[in-house]
Design a protein around this ligand. Structure first.
Ligand code: ADP
Ligand code: MG
Length: 241
């Protein structure tokens, strides 16, 4: 556990989460440096998604504190998370398939030209974000017509459009073909180079090592260790998992 400091985008200290009598998370610690790619690595059921659902305000922790940029922050719901610059792309996408990309983005947000939607302005913003981060999508395309890799890019753009500085990706490569996963890796590196912080969940050791600056290993609802990705051998990491 690191000292609370503005060098960290996210710090979660002493997080415990119970479902009934079952401890999904036990006194967990996570310290994520600003602008870094941080991987949460662990087997199925280790508590990776639960920890990030707490950070995104979908679950309330029973114990523990969250600090964003060194400031203690209460995250009561996803709107509070978004207001604090946290975005999350879930394993199962939350887009509305019958709507276009741009409609999905502006949905639920107030328009400056009420009662009209700011579709033109949002499309322009999508094009800017696409270019900046290599997230190629057509704002006018209907989501259900897009391949899964593109839908994931829409989810990422949506989070960035809402002002995410910290982007949580929950097992993003699980739905991707190897070539798409490669492309996602490039996007993640670009995000980090541009100052965004990426928390990247995976159960694949090699993926974490390829991409992440730091790796936190989770097992049975506990944080086992946080290490620089290059410091340990595959064997050592596998052992820790
Ligand atoms: P991971 O993402 O690492 O695969 P999860 O965070 O999804 O693991 O789950 C951690 C543990 O908590 C698992 O044993 C899972 O069954 C349990 N769990 C997760 N969500 C709930 C819930 N809503 N109710 C009860 N148990 C849950
Ligand atoms: Mg999970």
């Amino acid at each position: 556990m690191a000292t609370v400091s503005s060098d960290y985008a996210v710090q979660m200290h002493g997080i415990t989460k119970r479902f009934g009598a079952f401890y999904a998370l036990k006194d967990m610690n996570l310290d994520v440096k600003k602008g870094s790619i941080h991987s949460l690595l662990g087997e199925n059921g280790a508590g990776k998604s639960t920890l990030m659902n707490v950070l995104y305000g979908l679950y309330q922790a029973d114990e523990g504190e969250i600090y964003i940029g060194g400031k203690k922050t209460d995250i009561k719901n996803p709107n509070a998370a978004i207001a604090n610059g946290i975005g999350m792309v879930h394993q199962h996408f939350m887009l509305i398939p019958e709507l276009s990309v741009v409609e999905n983005l502006v949905l639920g947000r107030r328009s400056r030209r009420e009662p009209f939607l700011d579709l033109e302005e949002a499309s322009e913003e999508i094009r800017k974000l696409s270019e900046m981060y290599g997230l190629d999508v057509d704002p006018k395309a209907k989501v259900c017509d897009l391949p899964v890799g593109s839908q994931q890019r829409v989810e990422i753009i949506k989070a960035l459009y809402r002002g995410a500085n910290v982007l949580i990706l929950d097992e993003p490569t699980a739905v991707l073909a190897p070539q798409e996963a490669e492309h996602l890796g490039t996007v993640i590196r670009t995000l980090s180079e541009q100052g965004k912080t990426v928390i990247f969940i995976t159960h694949k050791l090699m993926e974490a090592r390829d991409l992440a600056h730091n790796i936190t290993i989770l097992r049975n609802g506990k944080t086992i260790v946080t290490v620089p990705a290059r410091e340990k051998s595959n064997e050592e990491l596998a052992q820790l998992m």
